[in-house]
Design a protein around this ligand. Sequence first.
Ligand SMILES: Nc1nc2c(c(=O)[nH]1)N[C@H]1C(S)=C(S)[C@@H](COP(=O)(O)O)O[C@H]1N2
Ligand SMILES: [Mo]
Length: 252
Amino acid sequence: MSDLSRRKLITTGIAAAAGVSGLAAAKGLADHFGLIPPDHVGPYGLGETLNYASQRILTSHSMAREFPSSEISNPPFANPVDPLGDNFKRLLAGSFVDWRLAIDGMVARPASLSIAELKSFPSSSQITHLACEEGWSYIAQWTGAPLAHVLDSAGILPQAKYVVYRSIQSDWWDSIDMADALHPQTLIAYGMNGGELPVGNGGPLRLRVPRQLGYKNVKYITRLTVTDDLKQFGKGLGSASPEGGYAWYAGI
Ligand SMILES: Nc1nc2c(c(=O)[nH]1)N[C@H]1C(S)=C(S)[C@@H](COP(=O)(O)O)O[C@H]1N2
Ligand SMILES: [Mo]
């Protein structure tokens, strides 16, 4: 059994053990604090709500573990990605000078940033673990602009609740809540292990959110959209992943 289905079994089991009235109370509490995840519908919906709400209440500001450089994995394993299209190849041939990260939605100043502009933000580095739900993982040093600074420069409106991020691979998109978006370890990453971020690992730009599983770390990102409502994106589940059976919230 994969870790993910085990986790689902555990959360669903907790839900069963809590009993119907306890559950209703827990869900009511989650609802009250705005902690209902977008994929709360469906067979694991209640488990997802309890998992997300309890993690947010207990660990919202905790830091992902950081490692010494002696623990950096060598060589990093690239998760195979579907072939990248002509548009990507053209940008790669131009050394990504024309790559843009658009920032729109609930921001005072929508923007379109080049890699050079992103590199002009104060940079942050971390040595953290990226875990794929399929059972493998690696430790790398990641360098990038903290997402909080990038969002700050665009001026997030007070109603904002989520940040949706999209990839040049249109079937890869995801979202995180403001607790993760403003978390100091969440980066718009452009560097890895002291060099540029390799294409295999999402270069030139990927979201690095070390408090969540690998699949939330979308590669080749082109657009950030700040919103208070995830229903208008895709099938309304907050991410492409729940459409394939993975949880929207993949906190570790
Ligand atoms: N655009 C895009 N982002 C992606 C993927 C992908 O195939 N395409 N795979 C995801 C999955 S399932 C994992 S585990 C990590 C793998 O990151 P890595 O290639 O650096 O190992 O990237 C995630 N982001
Ligand atoms: Mo993965």
